[in-house]
Design a binder for this molecule. Structure first.
Ligand code: 13P
Ligand code: SF4
Length: 313
């Protein structure tokens, strides 16, 4: 990362403001490197939810996509939660609505609704439990229901189904646009090019891609795997933002990311990258772009999130 004087200056200003206002800055691993650098905590979706549930800061600045900032607000209804770019949503979260879940519940009244944390707050209000990619298998195994409605990610849903064969699954057909761009052919080519490398895959990838993995896990779990594996080279199939933290944690290893191109150029999550130092600075300075949710949505959406925090222990 090239850090210009301008970037350094803005980072300093943000840090000073955060200290003065007692603000906690949280960032997901897919954030731009210069944004990750100003965060007090960088993590995967589960780590971020846990960290958000344990703060006494007065303001939380959430550098991630909207559902993440909403989760922080739901866990801290009395705090000011700022999402620096309100346009930065997760397209997968928008692929299922509360009404669609209600219709499924009517059709399968005995089922429990398992909502990937990548859902909007409204959708969480009609869900029984939330999961993230780091704990979905563990939590679903613990549920009493024999039948599971899994929303909205078909890839994670299929991964859980494969690992919990004793249950029956109704899986919604949502998907993560960037992760679904990666193909098994590309992974095969990378494996041929780097025969000594091990392959780590995020469970939002297509099942054909997951089948080629030596390890499947969330962003934090991929970092943990890459750090502990004796292999010196790791092929990493997830959003490219993770490379920054991987190199920071263990600079002596080589991380090979897919060079997948789509009609927009290299594959990355453009809404994650919608958070910039400039909008972090402006929103913290003016205390704008606050996450506002109706009280009844907060109360109802909190239940599946708290249940996740409990069941993940
Ligand atoms: P994790 O960081 O929990 O692996 O999630 C990845 C993701 O796509 C978040 O939107
Ligand atoms: Fe949503 Fe995929 Fe981007 Fe994560 S990486 S925020 S799941 S679109």
């Amino acid at each position: 990362m090239v850090v210009t004087e301008q970037v350094k200056e803005l980072q300093e200003k943000i840090k000073e403001l955060a200290e003065k206002k007692k603000a906690l800055i949280l960032a997901h691993y897919y954030q731009r490197p210069e944004v990750q650098e100003i965060a007090h905590y960088v993590g995967d979706s589960f780590g971020l939810s846990k960290r958000a549930s344990q703060t006494d800061a007065e303001i939380i600045v959430f550098c991630g996509v909207r559902f993440m900032a909403e989760t922080a607000k739901i866990l801290n209804p009395d705090k000011k939660v700022i999402h620096p770019n309100p346009e930065s949503g997760c397209p997968m979260a928008d692929m299922v609505s509360k009404e669609q879940v209600l219709r499924l519940k009517e059709k399968y009244p005995d089922a429990e609704v398992v909502a990937y944390i990548n859902t909007n707050a409204e959708t969480k209000t009609v869900s029984d439990v939330c999961v993230t990619s780091s704990n979905a298998v563990k939590i679903v195994k613990k549920l009493k229901a024999k039948r599971i409605i899994f929303i909205p990610d078909q890839a994670l849903g299929n991964w859980v189904k494969k690992n919990v064969p004793q249950k029956e699954f109704i899986i919604w057909k949502g998907f993560c646009p960037p992760h679904f761009e990666f193909t098994a052919r590309e992974v095969r080519e990378l494996k041929e090019r780097y025969p000594d490398a091990v392959v780590a895959v995020h469970p939002e990838c297509h099942p054909d891609v997951i089948d080629m993995a030596d390890f499947v896990g969330s962003t934090s779990q991929i970092i943990e795997f890459a750090t502990t594996t004796p292999a010196k080279r790791v092929i990493v199939i997830t959003e490219v933002g993770l490379k920054y933290s991987l190199l920071k944690k263990n600079p002596n290893k080589e991380y090979i990311f897919p060079e997948t191109m789509n009609y927009c150029g290299t594959v990355y999550c453009c809404t994650m990258k919608g958070i910039t130092l400039q909008n972090v600075y402006e929103s913290l300075k003016e205390e704008k772009n606050e996450v506002i949710l109706p009280k009844e949505v907060i109360e109802r959406a909190k239940r599946p999130i708290l249940r996740m925090l409990e069941l993940a222990k």
